[in-house]
Design a protein around this ligand. Structure first.
Ligand code: SF4
Length: 356
């Protein structure tokens, strides 16, 4: 449908803070939404690697958890694999934004793979915390979802010291060596409120529980949840654009429902919208997860505008300016090839042409 889309939407115009077109139902568009700095960087890594080294560029796991992004990069020559043993010996492989364990680095070294690590620096920060607390011989409670790639990567930094806890109820099953030497860390994309409940329960069991040095739930996750909470009291239906395996997107649906929105739907793309979801609704809330290109939000706005919601109002709760540089080796190779290290960072939220 989109041909070869610009995944960073650089050519579109920045969204004004309040835009109104026509009458009837309205859309409240959450801001911030969509691409975070870690996703922006990870997608840029694959695009730059394709330009610099040529196809194929192997990528372990989905570079970010978004179907559309993965399909778009596949069309350009990225080859997504589950494990490094599916990459030909000596070839180049990109590690995804979610991070990998030391075991994966070692498997790549054994196969003589050239690696480019697109792990988000905010995930790397949590890995470092895990390593440091393990060295100090703490029992580490990793609050996160079992089986999620980020949790697997962090767990792999110190498997002998870490226990994964997914819900407040699971806290009851935690067994530690010394209740006074317990620390918690977390996945970066959790619900802020549910994590607080889990940590409160941990603290009831272990009153001397040690907190991580700074929030592990990242700025982008917190900001997107904050924006959903801000519009929640005013909307009848919430639409969240994001893939089913995107933790932060799924959390946005949870946050909307917990904040009192009568119904909330996660979709990958506009084609999944159903007219009956909006029967009787006057206001639709719209947001997108941190791995979602703005072009998919634009499609949803167009669909809603054609189905009785012509007015778009942006509700901004934060302005984001975080950006991350490309991995050092890739920057060096780009420089040696006389290529620009990165495109200027794009405005991540854009407005469809007809609502400017
Ligand atoms: S959601 Fe947060 S931790 Fe994950 S890639 Fe984005 S900025 Fe990094």
């Amino acid at each position: 449908m989109h041909g070869t889309p610009d995944l960073r939407a650089t050519s579109l115009t920045s969204l004004p803070e309040t835009t109104a077109v026509g009458g009837g139902g309205r859309i409240l568009l959450a801001a911030p939404r969509g691409y975070c700095a870690g996703v922006d960087r990870a997608v840029d890594v694959v695009e730059k690697a394709l330009e610099l080294y040529g196809a194929p560029v192997y990528v372990r796991k989905e570079i970010v958890h978004n179907k559309f992004v993965v399909e778009s990069l596949s069309k350009r020559g990225a080859v997504f694999v589950q494990e490094t043993d599916q990459v030909p010996e000596g070839a180049r492989v990109v590690f995804s934004a979610h991070g990998v364990s030391p075991e994966v680095h070692e498997a790549a070294r054994v196969r003589r793979l050239a690696t480019i690590d697109a792990t988000c620096p905010l995930v790397t920060k949590v890995h470092r915390e895990a390593v440091r607390f393990a060295k100090q011989d703490y029992d580490i409670i990793l609050v996160g979802h079992q089986g999620h790639e980020e949790v697997e990567g962090t767990f792999g930094e110190a498997p002998g010291h870490i226990q994964v806890v997914g819900t407040p109820e699971e806290v009851d099953d935690v067994v530690v060596r010394d209740p006074d030497r317990v620390v918690w860390i977390s996945q970066t994309t959790l619900s802020v409120d549910e994590t607080r409940l889990t940590v409160d329960r941990l603290r009831q069991r272990f009153p001397n529980l040690i907190d991580p040095p700074s929030d592990d739930i990242c700025y982008a996750t917190q900001n997107r949840q904050g924006a959903v909470k801000a519009i929640a009291p005013k909307v009848d239906v919430m639409v969240v654009v994001g893939s089913a395996n995107s933790s932060n997107s799924v959390r946005l649906v949870d946050v909307a429902l917990e904040s009192g929105v009568p119904s909330a739907h996660r979709i990958d793309k506009a084609e999944e919208l159903r007219g009956e979801w909006f029967a009787g609704a006057a206001t639709v809330g719209l947001t997108s997860g941190a791995s979602v290109p703005e072009i998919l939000v634009r499609d949803v706005i167009e669909w809603l505008q054609a189905h009785g919601f012509p007015t778009v109002e942006v509700v901004r709760t934060e302005t984001e300016s975080t950006t991350f540089a490309l991995p050092r080796d890739l920057r060096a190779d780009l420089k040696a090839a006389g290529m620009a290290p990165a495109r200027p960072h794009a405005p991540r939220e854009v407005l469809p042409d007809h609502t400017r």
